[in-house]
Design a protein around this ligand. Structure first.
Ligand code: URA
Length: 217
């Protein structure tokens, strides 16, 4: 059932990888800057999670993504492998992405918090410490839109937005550009209602993507 638009209206003009910061002559390439940033994140000790983690979890996906999926924080499997969304939530996300086919285009996956919080409890202090990393990743990747997964990711990207269950499945303006929030894939494992919501919202995302054909850079 279509839901009322929340936060629709004016969103920033579409961004593409072409809008990413320009390389200064003789300066590092975007890929080099992303790799340097990844090395900084992997060595980070700005908060206590830097000591309890196995691996910092930085990014997986295209270096010129059209869309970036933004999760909360790594879980146990992500901490073990150092890669975002490779556990049960990742399997759900990968299946969803596959269902979008060519309409999605190149994409990437990252988290607001880069290190696993003990007992997987979201840590606002860690989110504050990681914020410059998130901002710089998004600046360098310059996706056309972001897909916050769940309430914590939505709050990090659009603190003023209505709750996730009112915003999931529709376009939303933010200071990070266009968002298309979804409930967190892990929530679909806990609740049949949220599993149905996930499927409904994926259908809405797919329809939205068909209405904004991929612009090849
Ligand atoms: N949940 C998240 O939010 N991120 C991950 O990387 C894995 C599970």
């Amino acid at each position: 059932m279509p839901r009322r638009g929340v936060g629709r209206g004016r969103t920033r003009a579409r961004r593409t990888a072409r809008d990413a910061p320009q390389r200064r002559p003789g300066g590092p390439s975007r890929a080099e800057e992303l790799e340097r940033l990844a090395a900084t994140i992997r060595a980070c000790r700005l908060c206590p999670l830097g000591r309890s983690r196995t691996h910092a979890v930085v990014y997986r996906g295209s270096l010129r993504p059209r869309a970036v999926f933004v999760g909360e924080a790594p879980g146990a499997e992500e901490d073990r492998q150092g890669v975002p969304f490779v556990g049960r939530s990742g399997a759900i996300l990968d299946k969803a992405v596959a269902s979008l086919g060519d309409d999605l285009g190149p994409y990437g996956v990252l988290n607001v918090v880069k290190c696993r919080p003990p007992a997987n409890r979201f840590d606002p202090g860690a989110a504050r410490a990681c914020r410059p990393y998130l901002d710089r990743q998004l600046e360098l990747l310059a996706p056309e839109f972001l897909v916050p997964l769940g309430a914590k990711a939505l709050r990090a990207l659009a603190p003023e937005a209505p709750p996730i269950l009112r915003t999931a499945g529709q376009e939303l303006a933010s200071r990070y550009g266009v968002l298309f929030p979804l409930v967190h894939p892990a929530a679909t494992l806990r609740s049949r209602r949220l599993a149905e919501r996930w499927q409904d919202d994926l259908g809405l995302l797919h329809a939205w993507l068909r209405g904004r054909p991929l612009q090849r850079a």
